[in-house]
Design a protein around this ligand. Structure first.
Ligand code: ARG
Length: 229
């Protein structure tokens, strides 16, 4: 039967922030991606369907969406951080990431120090923004509300560079050969699926599903589907 005791409404609702391919993005009317597939594993273990809610990243990472019961889980390529853990609880890590620098091809920027006096695009509320605030002191940070706006700003020269997670930037440069990943910064980030503080039953269920996914081949299958290796 349905294990609806762990979720609010007979379905597993997921807060995410689009677009963030290959983790979550729209393909026609469907929302697809690595995170979508991971949470689908959780939904099927609970015998319910996943329903995805697209909402600004700020409300996701601050815990507000979870704590006001907008969603049962948040899966948004979201890095596990100590600050966030004060307002929400994370599953075990399911993906590794690091910050990276996007430029158009042929730009001379190889480090954040090279961006002195230059415009650096950051995505609001992200670990990339926090990293830039700390380490790109001489740069002018230009804030964007989502990844698509950041990428377009770099591609069109509105900013000199942009900082975001390596996974999404490598995905972008594949289809945009006029851009390149100019540097990577070893921030050692790990993504987690978040639940509201104290929802240990659901968090444990997610951890069990993630563990099974590593051993039964579904993690590798989903990884190959979205990263192709
Ligand atoms: N990993 C970064 C962070 O946690 C960026 C996540 C942005 N995700 C999104 N779906 N827009 O801050």
């Amino acid at each position: 039967g349905k294990d609806i005791s762990l979720v609010n409404s007979g379905k597993l609702t997921t807060c995410t922030h689009l677009p963030y391919p290959p983790f979550q993005s729209k393909q026609g009317k469907k929302i697809v991606g690595f995170d979508v597939d991971m949470v689908d594993l959780v939904a099927s273990a609970l015998h319910v369907k996943q329903e995805i809610v697209d909402t600004p990243f700020e409300g996701i990472q601050s815990g507000e969406d979870l704590n006001t019961n907008q969603c049962d889980v948040a899966a948004a390529g979201m890095t596990i951080t100590e600050v966030r853990e004060k307002n929400l609880d994370f599953s075990a890590p399911y993906f590794e990431a690091t910050q990276a620098l996007l430029t158009t091809k042929g730009k001379p920027f190889k480090s954040l120090a090279d961006l002195k006096g230059k415009k650096l695009a950051v995505q609001q509320g992200t670990t990339g923004e926090a990293y830039a605030q700390k380490h790109a002191k001489g740069a002018k940070l230009v804030q964007f509300e989502d990844l698509a706006l950041l990428l377009t700003a770099v591609k069109t020269g509105q900013t000199d560079a942009g900082i975001n997670d390596n996974g999404v930037l490598y995905d972008y440069v594949k289809d945009n050969p006029d851009t390149a990943v100019a540097a990577e910064f070893d921030t050692g980030e790990q993504y987690g699926i978040a639940v509201r503080t104290g929802n240990d039953a659901l968090r444990k269920k997610i951890n069990a599903v993630l563990k099974d996914a590593r051993t039964d081949g579904s993690y590798d299958r989903i990884y190959k589907k979205w990263f192709g290796t």
